[in-house]
Ligand binder design. Structure first.
Ligand code: GLC
Length: 607
C-alpha cells in the first residue's frame, strides 16, 4: 500500500485538523507541518499486517460492539512475570474466554517512584525486568493470532521526573522546561491551589513540588509525576507520536490515562476543560489517519455528567470507549444499601445515551473505588455526601455490625470526609471473611453475591472486563504493607500477584475457585449466545415492585431478555406480569407472576 492511502485519509480530515490545531496553537504553521510530517512517518512505519487489520476493521466498523468480547485487565508482572511470561500463559486466558487483554503500564518507570507504572521515564522502552519492545510487538502478534485484542495504557498527563525531558528541565534547559509548568516562585502555584482539588490529598498533598534549586513544578499526582504542558505544541506533537509508535507495535486499544487533566488554566479546577476535548479530538483524527483500527479508551473517573462528553459527537468522535465508572461505583453503593433506586436512575441515564457510546464495564480495577455518586439526587432521601461516604466506607471496611467485607481505605482525607476504598471483589463480597471464619452459610451467601454482581456486570451494554484474579475469586493481598515502595498506597491491596496455585483449583468445583470460575464461564458463554446482549440492543429499566431488585429488559432483533438482580441477602418474590419465560441459566420455564429470588439471587430469562 502506498502513500495514496495516507494522503486520502489525511485529505478526509485535513480541514478539521488544521482548524483545531491552528486555533489551539495560535496558527503555529511550523508546528502543524511538523505534526503532519510526523503522521506520515508513523504511517510509513506501520507494518503490513497491522495495515491489513486496519482495512478489515474499516470494513466492519462495529467489530467491537458485539456480545462476543470479554476482557481482562492485569499487570503483566503480576500475571506472567514478564511479557514473554504473559505470552506463554495466553492459553489460560483463552480458557477463561478472554479475547480482549488490557495490560496496565509496562513502559520504563523508576522503581519506588513509579505509581504502579504510571510515571513513565521512556515511552519507547519497556521496563527492562518485563522485557523489550520487541517482546511487546511479539506478544501483540501472538494475541492477534488467537483473535485477541490488546489494550495498553498510555500515560499522557505527565512524565516521570526521570524522563529525558524532565532531566533536561531540571538541569535548566529552557526548551525542556517549556514542556512542563515551571515557576520560580509560589505566586502562580498559589493561585492554582485556590481552585484545583487534590488527587492524592494524603499520599501526595498539593499540586506543586519544589525542586532542590527552588524551582516549582506542577505535579497534580505524585511529586515525581510532572504534568506536561499541552499548551506547548511540541508536547502535543511528541506525545501523539509516542501514542502512534505504541499503536504501531500492534496495540488495538490505547487507554488514555487520566485524560480529563491534560489542560490547565488558572482560575479553574483544571479538569475537563474544553481544550481537553480539542486535544482528544485531534488524537482521534491522528489515529484515523495512521492506524484507523485502533480504538481510544478514555479513563474519565469523573461524576456522571462529565463522562459522556468524552465520546464527542457521532460526527466528531473523541474516545471510542469509556469506563462505566459511575455504574461501577453505584453498583457497590447498592451492595451496601440494598436499595437499587440510584442504580435504576443511573441505568436510565446510561441507556438514554446514543447507541454509539460504548462502555467498558467492570466491578473492580487496579484503582480505588471513589464514591462519585449522584448526591444531589440522593438528597431527597436525606442522604448527604460526607455521611454517606462514611457509611459506605464503614460498611466495606467491615466496621458496621453484620458487615462481611474486608476493604481498606485509600487517601482518607478527614478534612473533606473523602476516603476512597480498596479491596478485591471476593474480599469485598465476603468470600475472604467466610474462608477465614469457616462459616458455610456466609460462604454460600457471599458466593451468591459474587455471582450476582458478575451476572449484573455481564448484563450491561458494552465490553465486560474482569480484573485479573476475579475469575478465581482472588482475595486481598496484604504483603504490600511490608514493602517500603508500596506500603503507603493501599491500592496494592488488590494488586497482588496472580496466585497460580489457587487458580489451579478452578477445575475442582468443590473449591471457591472452582465455583467462581465455572459459574462465570457459564454466564460468559450464555452471553455470547444471545444477540440481545449486544451493545446496540435496546435496554429499558423495569419496575420490579421491589427496592432491592434491579430489573432490565434487553431487546435485539426480535429477542427479548428479562434480567433480574436481588441486591439484598433477603429472599423476595417479584411479579412481572403474565406469561411464561425460559430460565437461561438453569433451563426450564418460569411464570412471570411469581419469580422467587433467593438472597442475592438473579435471573436471566428469555421471553
Ligand atoms: C490513573 C491511573 C492511576 C494513576 C493515575 C496517575 O488514574 O488509573 O492508577 O495513579 O492515573 O497516572
Amino acid at each position: 500500500m502506498e502513500n495514496s492511502v495516507f494522503t486520502a485519509r489525511l485529505d478526509n480530515c485535513y480541514d478539521e485538523l488544521k482548524w483545531l490545531y491552528c486555533e489551539l496553537y495560535h496558527n503555529d504553521m511550523e508546528a502543524f507541518d511538523y505534526f503532519v510530517q510526523m503522521l506520515e512517518t508513523q504511517w510509513n512505519a506501520r507494518k503490513d499486517a497491522l495495515r491489513a487489520i486496519d482495512e478489515k476493521r474499516l470494513a466492519e466498523p462495529d467489530w467491537y460492539r458485539s456480545n462476543k468480547l470479554l476482557g481482562m485487565m492485569m499487570y503483566p508482572a503480576n500475571f506472567g512475570g514478564t511479557l514473554k511470561g504473559v505470552q506463554e500463559k495466553l492459553s489460560y486466558l483463552t480458557e477463561c474466554g478472554i479475547n480482549y487483554l488490557h495490560l496496565m503500564p509496562l513502559l520504563d518507570s523508576p522503581k519506588g517512584k513509579s505509581d504502579g507504572g504510571y510515571a513513565v521515564s521512556d515511552f519507547r522502552k519497556v521496563r527492562p525486568d518485563l522485557g523489550t519492545m520487541e517482546d511487546l510487538a511479539e506478544l501483540a502478534d501472538a494475541c492477534h493470532e488467537k483473535g485477541m485484542v490488546l489494550c495498553l495504557d498510555f500515560v499522557l498527563n505527565h512524565t516521570s521526573e526521570e524522563h529525558a525531558w524532565a532531566k533536561a528541565a531540571r538541569a535548566g534547559d529552557p526548551v525542556a522546561r517549556s514542556r512542563y509548568f515551571f515557576y520560580d516562585n509560589w505566586d502562580i502555584p498559589n493561585e492554582f491551589e485556590k481552585t484545583v482539588p487534590q488527587v492524592f490529598p494524603t499520599t501526595a498533598p498539593g499540586n506543586f513540588t519544589k525542586l532542590e534549586d527552588g524551582q516549582i513544578v506542577m505535579t497534580s499526582f505524585y511529586p515525581f509525576q510532572w504534568d506536561l504542558n499541552y499548551a506547548n505544541p511540541m508536547v502535543f506533537n511528541d506525545m501523539v507520536e509516542n501514542l502512534l509508535y505504541l499503536a504501531n507495535q500492534g496495540m488495538d486499544v490505547i487507554r488514555l490515562d487520566a485524560v480529563p487533566y491534560i489542560w490547565k488554566e488558572l482560575g479553574t479546577d483544571c479538569r475537563n476543560l474544553p481544550k481537553v476535548h480539542t486535544l482528544v479530538r485531534m488524537m482521534h483524527l491522528a489515529v484515523q489517519i495512521v492506524c484507523p483500527s485502533v480504538l481510544l479508551l478514555g479513563e474519565v473517573v469523573m461524576e456522571p455528567k462529565k463522562v459522556a462528553p468524552y465520546f464527542g459527537t457521532v460526527a466528531k468522535p473523541e474516545c471510542d470507549m469509556l469506563y462505566n465508572v459511575t455504574t461501577m461505583c453505584t453498583t457497590w453503593h447498592t451492595v451496601a444499601t440494598r436499595d437499587v433506586r440510584l442504580l435504576k436512575r443511573q441505568m436510565e441515564q446510561v441507556t438514554a445515551l446514543p447507541e454509539t457510546c460504548l462502555f467498558q464495564n467492570y466491578l473492580r480495577c487496579h484503582d480505588d473505588i471513589g464514591w462519585g455518586l449522584d448526591y444531589p439526587w440522593l438528597e431527597q432521601f436525606s442522604i448527604t455526601e460526607v455521611a454517606h461516604k462514611k457509611y459506605l466506607n464503614d460498611w466495606f471496611t467491615g466496621k458496621l455490625p453484620g458487615s462481611w467485607s474486608k476493604g481498606e481505605l485509600y487517601n482518607d482525607d478527614p478534612r473533606l470526609g473523602d476516603a476512597r476504598l480498596c479491596g478485591t471483589t471476593a474480599s469485598l463480597t465476603g468470600l475472604e471473611k467466610a474462608a477465614e471464619t469457616k462459616e458455610d452459610a456466609l460462604m454460600d451467601q457471599s458466593l451468591l453475591c459474587f455471582w450476582m454482581l458478575h451476572a449484573w456486570m455481564f448484563s450491561q451494554s458494552g465490553i465486560p472486563v474482569l480484573y485479573s484474579g476475579d475469575e478465581v475469586a482472588q482475595f486481598n493481598d496484604n504483603s504490600y504493607k511490608a514493602d517500603p515502595d508500596k506500603m503507603d498506597d493501599s491500592r496494592y491491596l488488590h494488586r497482588g500477584n496472580f496466585d497460580w496455585e489457587k487458580a489451579a483449583l478452578r477445575t475442582d468445583i468443590s473449591t471457591v475457585q472452582g465455583k467462581a470460575f465455572s459459574f462465570l464461564r457459564k454466564l460468559e458463554t450464555i452471553r455470547t449466545e444471545h444477540p440481545a446482549f449486544r451493545s446496540d440492543a435496546i435496554v429499558t429499566v423495569l419496575d420490579t415492585g421491589c427496592d432491592s431488585v434491579l430489573g432490565i429488559s434487553r431487546k435485539y432483533n426480535g429477542e427479548e431478555l428479562l434480567l433480574l438482580f436481588n441486591f439484598s441477602e433477603k429472599p423476595v418474590t417479584c411479579n412481572l406480569g403474565e406469561g411464561q419465560v425460559l430460565n437461561l441459566i438453569f433451563g426450564g420455564a418460569e411464570d412471570l407472576r411469581n419469580i422467587d429470588l433467593t438472597g442475592y439471587g438473579f435471573r436471566w430469562l428469555a421471553c
